[in-house]
Write a protein that binds this ligand. Structure first.
Ligand SMILES: *[C@@H]1O[C@H](CO)[C@@H](O)[C@H](O)[C@H]1NC(C)=O
Ligand SMILES: *[C@@H]1O[C@H](CO)[C@@H](O)[C@H](O)[C@H]1NC(C)=O
Length: 610
């Protein structure tokens, strides 16, 4: 498959033209043939890191000794003043019956057991590597080789109360050097959400200063990727040439998510260290997005591909909340929450963007039980005789399942019940898709039939069959029943699905993420049952001797599904964390005190002093 990208990586079949193909072909984390340790251009501080202490790398990182080519004339400063009391997010939960509690705790213990099994295997077989290969027991370094699974799991270990494992992991993580990598190119986005996010959250939870130090080291490294003439970051970044002081320019084609998902981590880091440079760096990007928000072909939203070099964020014609755009939108309400409303632009941008997305991207799919659910598709714009025409592609992606949680959380924060309701229907849409799939696991990407009316959507078998034939590329007015039946059998399509473009399940978190957020907001008990069914289906079907693995085809109706020997760090960092939290007491990582980054790392929100 294509390599990763978007909020939670992994590019599927959303071809949005050659430009993207070009980007993706460049996204592979190529192995670097040269020396591993960066050849810093500026003189290093005297003495090597190891001279100074028992195994820890000490500040300042050599990244801070590089001379910047493009200093900012003046730094933006974080606004002074009291954070606001934002509307309450979580429902007030009443008392729980003893039997409900028993069931919940048993389920929670099962999640923890699965986590520990994977963690122990990672520790035994792939310690300090980015990932364990869960079938063969090998290891992989695709995220810089800085122990992505280790860093992504720190806060999960803390939350699950695994203190001795946490202490051991922090000691190991404190010794990771961000002055060396075996990769030729790294994704600034992934490094930010996994490593910087992982350290910040583990620090916010535990208060261990070594973790803040590591967060700062990652931040100091990433800051160099912003040293370009217009201060836009180099999204796919060569740290080797950067360390030698080479001049850099931002790229012409970058994905919205790659350039628009820094605010949570960078602002939190500035707040914790008192150094405004990260806040300044992210504000320069977001102010530009704000300026151009109403100038795109789908005003309110930004296209999935933007030009970071020229700062044209309004040119392309594909608009989605899903893969490649995703966390750009997700970070708007979450940053509003993080800073306690002190930066109103985030709230304003979010409201305007969602107003457009509700109108164009969300659709109610036709399903056999006529359930009132929503999905979010891709919109493409064309100009026809001077007018812009928007066309919806009714596609559901597992990656897009985070949108339900985003709408519900965002709706609470901006006090708009319409948004909360949309969030609920979106989350229910993903639960529906899990239940409708043969193994109880939703595939990566599939198509559906959009209803003509969102209010009333009777199931129509003929229309479904017609859509199957049409999706397969044959556009006839008359229904070809034989052809439709052949396609249904061949593609093993459950009723409601018209095609499955990508049959994988790669241990993704987004569906349980939304179920967790909706549960905390609504307290609906059926969500706990859905969560448990999802967990059981996933754990059963992805389990290996060692851990859990991504699956090739969740649409199999006979025989054991094939496993692809991959366990990305988000399985321990996100998926199992959300499964654990949905079965926790509601005050564990209370959404009125914490906000999760796109890699499920919870940061402390600024709250008014009481
Ligand atoms: C830290 O890393 C160095 C090599 O990078 C290693 O020699 C040392 O033993 C490590 N210390 C700890 C405490 O893991
Ligand atoms: C709530 O959101 C909807 C959809 O974006 C919008 O039409 C409506 O005006 C909003 N309501 C308020 C009170 O802002």
């Amino acid at each position: 498959m294509m390599p990763s990208f978007g909020r939670r990586r992994t590019w599927t079949s959303l071809l949005v033209g050659l430009a993207l193909f070009f980007i993706l072909s460049r996204l592979r984390n190529l192995r670097y043939g040269g020396p591993d340790t960066f050849a810093f251009g500026a003189p290093a501080p005297s003495g090597s890191a190891h001279d100074k202490g028992p195994g820890y790398r000490h500040p300042p990182s050599r990244w801070t000794s590089l001379k910047l080519h493009y200093q900012v004339p003046s730094m933006r400063q974080f606004p002074k003043g009291q954070p606001l009391a934002l509307p309450k997010v979580q429902k007030s939960f009443g008392s729980e019956s003893a039997s409900d509690r028993d069931v919940r705790l048993r389920r929670q213990a099962a999640v923890k057991k699965t986590f520990l099994r994977c963690w122990d295997s990672y520790r035994a077989n792939a310690w300090l590597s980015d990932e364990l290969a869960p079938v063969t027991g090998g290891k992989r370094d695709l995220f810089g080789g800085w122990g992505a699974t280790l860093v992504d799991s720190l806060d999960t270990l803390w939350i699950m109360g695994l203190r001795s494992e946490f202490d051991e992991a922090v000691t190991a993580a404190a010794n990771i050097s961000f002055e060396t990598t075996s990769l030729h190119e790294i994704s600034v986005f992934e490094t930010n959400i996994r490593y910087l996010g992982g350290f910040l959250a583990a620090y916010d939870l535990s208060g261990d200063k070594r973790l803040l130090q590591k967060a700062k080291e990652v931040g100091d490294m990433l800051y160099i990727a912003f040293d370009t003439p217009n201060r836009m970051p180099v999204a796919r970044w060569n740290p080797h040439t950067a360390s030698r002081g080479q001049y850099q320019t931002a790229q012409d084609s970058v994905l919205l998510a790659e350039i628009g998902s820094f605010s949570l981590e960078f602002i939190r880091l500035s707040l914790l260290t008192g150094d405004p440079k990260w806040f300044d760096a992210v504000q320069r990007i977001m102010e530009e997005f704000e300026k151009q928000q109403q100038t795109t072909q789908l005003p309110g939203m930004w296209p999935v591909v933007v030009n970071a070099r020229t700062q044209a964020f309004n040119k392309h014609s594909d608009y989605t909340l899903g893969a490649m755009a995703d966390s750009m939108y997700e970070y708007l309400p979450k940053t509003h929450a993080l800073v306690g409303g002190l930066l109103p632009m985030y709230r304003d941008m979010y409201e305007a963007a969602m107003d457009t997305a509700i109108r164009y991207n969300l659709f109610r799919p036709m399903v056999p039980d006529e359930k009132d659910i929503l999905m979010s598709g891709m919109v493409s714009t064309t100009t026809e005789s001077g007018k812009i025409v928007a066309t919806l592609r009714p596609e559901a992606q597992h990656l897009s399942c985070f949108i339900g949680g985003m709408f519900a959380l965002g709706g609470k924060l901006i006090d708009n019940q319409t948004h909360v309701d949309k969030g609920e229907k979106l989350a229910d849409g993903c639960v529906w898709a899990y239940q409708a799939s043969p193994l109880g696991i939703m595939p990566e990407v599939f198509r559906m039939v959009p209803c003509k009316s969102a209010d009333n959507c009777p199931w129509n078998e003929e229309e479904w069959m017609k859509a199957i034939v049409k999706t397969a590329g044959q556009n006839t007015e008359k229904l070809d029943v034989a052809r439709a039946e052949a396609l249904i059998a061949q593609k093993r399509l459950p009723r409601g699905f018209t095609n499955v473009q990508d049959t994988r399940y790669i241990l993704r978190p987004e569906a349980i993420e939304s179920v967790f957020i909706l549960y905390r907001i609504t307290g609906r008990p059926d969500l706990l049952e859905s969560a448990w069914a999802m967990f059981e289906a996933i754990d059963l079907n992805t389990r290996t001797e060692l851990a859990n693995s991504a699956m090739g085809d969740v649409m199999v109706t006979d025989g054991k599904p094939s496993l692809s020997d991959s366990m990305e760090s988000f399985w321990l960092g996100e998926t199992l964390k959300y499964f654990y939290l949905v079965f926790s007491e509601p005050d564990v990582i209370d959404l009125d005190e914490y906000v999760f980054n796109t890699e499920a790392h919870p940061f402390k929100r600024l709250l008014p002093s009481s």
